[in-house]
Write a protein that binds this ligand. Structure first.
Ligand code: 9MR
Length: 383
């Protein structure tokens, strides 16, 4: 059995004098109250995405993991347009208020996800009651009023916003969403300007998946260069990082970190998780419209992850964290897309009903091997 650096140190300390054993016990106790957020406190925030239902129900194991391990919080779904503003004139603030209050209680960095996205945005935003698409003027007005109301309400209480999400399509072009089709590229500038007007201190992020891919990287770099000349307040790039055992290519991923940072962008790893199930399709990133039919071959580990696959996962997570640490001067935050494997979206994407193991905590919120391997890379150790 291979011991992690931490386990090895505890074993080694316990094996020497009785004084050393006592010290090891004290050290172990401190370590158990010490979370990832502490391990990396001199490097970057360690974040997670929260479930609205779980924080409402305040499930104790869930809440204690959040409090101990993370110092940056995002809502996984409850701050999206369809959740906060399902109908025209109807705002639902309860979940967002609860999120902000929890973040304040935990003194965590709070991220608003998301202001402008093509998905999880109700149809009424784009179409008039008679079904016709809205005019340019109407849609621009609606978008600006949305951002203005939302960002202003939480001014000073939400540190960073994912202002525009996934505006680039699979090719080297803007996604042909209603936003783009009706408003053109200018909607991106408008969204950032408007968020900045509503809260000039908020950190404003463009967030997308597969940003390691050169054509997506180039598309965004070219926009950032143009936008900066126009004075658009864009401060950071969110690399979602829905990674797998065999993708992305880590060198290309690194090139993206370097390229965006060279344009003055802060880097946020915004939605990290690792798919460990067979990839029986061409790599689709997080394109949520993609679905594949269920088959047993695509769901090989319903009763637990085999050790050899888990070991690959550990090595891959370590590889990514070493990269993040290498670029700690550029990276503000590393956020995992969820707490425990049981609630990960990866159980249902891109095949519904699988058993996946993408996160650091298992279905009972116990630490997995990848947790310990990552923690062992942390700079800060308990005294
Ligand atoms: O994790 C979210 C999942 O529960 C939702 O069903 C899905 C629907 O669009 O959105 C997931 O979160 C997405 C995030 O908001 C933006 N980047 C891709 C994420 C995974 O699809």
């Amino acid at each position: 059995m291979t011991l992690t650096r931490r386990q090895f140190l505890i074993h080694a300390a316990a094996a020497t004098t009785s004084f050393a054993s006592l010290k090891a016990i004290a050290w172990g106790k401190a370590a158990s109250e010490f979370g990832l957020k502490d391990q990396f406190k001199d490097d970057f925030y360690i974040g997670t995405a929260l479930s609205g239902r779980k924080i409402r129900e305040a499930e104790p194991r869930y809440m204690s993991r959040i409090g101990r391990e993370f110092n940056a919080l995002t809502m996984e779904n409850s701050m999206k347009w369809e959740a906060v503003r399902p109908q025209e004139g109807v705002w639902r603030w309860e979940n967002v208020d609860r999120f902000v209050a929890l973040g304040e209680k935990l003194n965590a960095y709070r991220v608003g996800h998301v202001l402008v996205w093509h998905a999880q945005t109700p149809e009424w935003v784009f179409s008039k009651p008679n079904g016709d698409l809205r005019s340019r003027k109407d849609l621009a007005g609606l978008m600006e009023a949305h951002i203005q109301t939302y960002v202003d309400r939480y001014k000073g209480r939400i540190h960073a916003w994912d202002v525009v999400n996934e505006a680039i399509d699979g090719g080297k072009a803007w996604r042909k969403s209603h936003w783009y089709n009706i408003l053109g590229e200018g909607y991106i500038d408008r969204a950032f300007n408007c968020a900045h007007d509503a809260d000039p201190k908020a950190h404003l992020i463009y967030n997308d998946y597969n940003m390691d891919q050169p054509h997506k990287r180039e598309q965004l770099l070219s926009y950032i260069r143009r936008a900066k000349k126009r004075g658009v307040p864009i401060h950071g790039v969110g690399l979602q990082s829905h990674v797998g055992l065999s993708f992305p290519n880590i060198d290309q991923f690194e090139q993206s970190i370097e390229a965006f940072a060279a344009e003055g962008m802060r880097i946020h790893i915004t939605e990290l998780d690792m798919d460990v199930l067979p990839v029986a399709w061409e790599h689709v990133g997080a394109e949520i419209s993609t679905r594949f039919e269920y088959s047993k071959e695509l769901n090989p580990y319903p009763n637990g992850l085999p050790m050899d696959v888990e070991q690959l996962m550990v090595e891959r997570y370590v590889q990514f964290f070493k990269l993040f640490l290498k670029h700690r001067d550029k990276i503000d935050r590393v956020t995992f897309w969820g707490v425990g494997d049981g609630e990960s979206w990866k159980n249902d994407f891109p095949v519904i009903g699988r058993t996946n193991y993408p996160l650091l905590f298992d279905r009972d919120y116990k630490k997995k091997k990848c947790y310990h391997a990552i923690a062992a890379l942390g700079h800060t150790k308990p005294q």
